[in-house]
Ligand binder design. Structure first.
Ligand SMILES: [Zn+2]
Length: 368
C-alpha cells in the first residue's frame, strides 16, 4: 500500500480534486506536463512517474505510475508513493522543481490544468457544484480498513481495559487544562487501552460508522520521555500522532465523521468540532448532536455525510486559538452555501473540552 503525501494542511485541502477533474482535459494536461503515458484506456491510466527524479534522483525505468482518471489520484508503484495530479503539476511547474508544495503552487497548478485563470472564489464554486451533483446521487461510503485492525479493535472494545493512567489522561491531559471527561463517558464511547503491539500505551477510540468499526484514533497517555522509553518500535517523531489504520491499510478519514451514528437526524442544530474528545465532552454535558471532522479540514465526503443528517443549523465550535479559528473560517466557507452556519468564538486558550454545560449554553447563545 502506498504512502500518501505528507499530511500537511495543503494536502488536506487539495487531496480531493474531483471538482477539478470535472473541468480539465486530462490527455491535454498530461501532454503539456510532458508525462509519457503507456496506457490511456480504462479508469486507471499507466505511464512513467513524472516526479520520480525529485524523490529518487533518477528517471523511472518502467511505466509503473498510475493515475485514476476519475479522482486524479496517482501512485508510483516503484516508490510506493501516492499523490494526485494537482500536486504533481505543482511540483513540475516550480522553478527549480522541488518536492515541497505550497498553497500558492497549488493555485498556479489549478489554473495551468484548467487552461484558464481560476480564482479562490471559482474553486469554492466548483467544489460546491461538484458536491451538489453528488448529493443528488450519493456515493456509498467505501472505507475498507484492514480486517486485522477491525478484529483487534472489536476485541479491545469488548475487554474495555483502562488503566488509571489512561483515565487520568482524559481527565487532565499532560500539560493541558482539566477536561473532566469521566470514566462513564469513556465506557460509552468504547475507549480501551492498547497494552501490546504498535499502539501500546495508547488510549484507543474506535470510530464506528453505520454500525461498523472503520478505524480508530490512538492517543498516547504518557508524557513524552516515558512514551519514547517504553515504546518498543516507534521513534520520537511519531509522538502523540493521531493514527488511523489506513495510513498503512488504505484507510483515509475522508468518509468519516466521528459521532455520526449517535447523532440525531433532522436536529435543530449540530455542533461541529475538531476531535473525538470534544464530541465526548459535549455528549457528557448533554449535547448529543456533536460531530468531529478529525482534523484541520472538512472534505466533500464529510460534507455529504453531514447533509444526510439534515440538521436545521450547523454550529462550529473549534479551539480558541489561531489554528482553531483558521479551521473554523475554512469550514464555514465550505458549509455556508448548504447550511445555516453559526460560529462559536471561544476565548483565547479555551477549547470545547474545558467547558461545562452552562458555559456551552452561554457560548451557543452568544453565537446566534
Ligand atoms: Zn516515482
Amino acid at each position: 500500500m502506498s504512502q500518501q503525501e505528507d499530511r500537511s494542511e495543503v494536502w488536506e485541502r487539495y487531496r480531493d480534486i474531483k471538482w477539478l477533474m470535472e473541468i480539465i482535459d486530462l490527455p491535454l494536461c498530461l501532454d503539456r506536463l510532458n508525462i509519457e503515458m503507456s496506457k490511456t484506456t480504462g479508469l486507471n491510466w499507466e505511464g512513467f512517474c513524472p516526479d520520480h527524479m525529485l524523490f529518487k534522483g533518477c528517471l523511472p525505468s518502467d511505466p509503473r505510475w498510475y493515475i485514476n482518471t476519475d479522482t486524479g489520484e496517482t501512485c508510483c508503484q516503484t516508490e510506493g508513493r501516492g499523490s494526485n495530479i494537482l500536486f504533481i503539476a505543482a511540483r513540475l511547474l516550480k522553478i527549480p522543481n522541488s518536492q515541497r508544495v505550497s498553497e500558492e503552487d497549488c493555485e498556479k497548478a489549478i489554473s495551468f490544468l484548467a487552461g484558464r485563470d481560476i480564482s479562490e472564489n471559482d474553486i469554492s464554486f466548483l467544489r460546491t457544484q461538484s458536491l451538489l451533483k453528488r448529493i443528488s446521487c450519493p456515493k456509498k461510503v467505501s472505507v475498507t480498513p484492514g480486517k486485522r485492525y477491525v478484529d483487534e479493535i472489536e476485541k479491545g472494545m469488548k475487554t474495555g481495559y483502562l488503566s488509571s493512567q489512561a483515565i487520568n489522561y482524559f481527565l487532565s491531559p499532560v500539560g493541558k487544562p482539566q477536561t473532566n471527561i469521566n470514566i462513564d463517558t469513556l465506557k460509552h464511547f468504547h475507549v480501551f487501552e492498547r497494552t501490546t503491539g504498535k499502539y501500546v500505551n495508547r488510549a484507543t477510540i474506535p470510530i464506528i460508522m453505520m454500525g461498523k468499526v472503520e478505524g480508530f484514533v490512538a492517543i498516547d497517555i504518557l508524557g513524552k520521555q516515558e512514551w519514547i522509553k517504553l515504546h518498543p518500535t516507534l521513534e520520537e517523531k511519531d509522538y502523540r500522532k493521531t493514527v488511523y489504520p489506513g495510513l498503512y491499510a488504505g484507510f483515509s478519514k475522508k468518509d468519516i465523521v466521528y459521532g455520526y451514528d449517535e447523532c440525531e437526524k433532522n436536529a435543530d442544530f449540530i455542533i461541529l468540532t475538531e476531535g473525538a474528545r470534544e464530541v465526548m465532552k459535549l455528549w457528557q454535558e448533554g449535547f448529543k448532536n456533536s460531530l468531529a471532522i478529525l482534523g484541520a479540514y472538512m472534505n466533500d465526503e464529510q460534507i455529504l455525510l453531514l447533509t444526510k443528517l439534515a440538521p436545521k443549523k450547523v454550529v462550529l465550535m473549534f479551539d480558541g486559538d489561531g489554528p482553531g479559528r483558521k479551521i473554523s473560517q475554512k469550514v464555514k466557507e465550505r458549509l455556508e452555501k448548504l447550511f445555516t452556519v453559526e460560529v462559536v468564538e471561544l476565548p483565547d486558550g479555551v477549547d470545547p473540552k474545558q467547558l461545562d454545560r452552562n458555559q456551552i449554553h452561554f457560548f451557543l447563545e452568544k453565537a446566534k
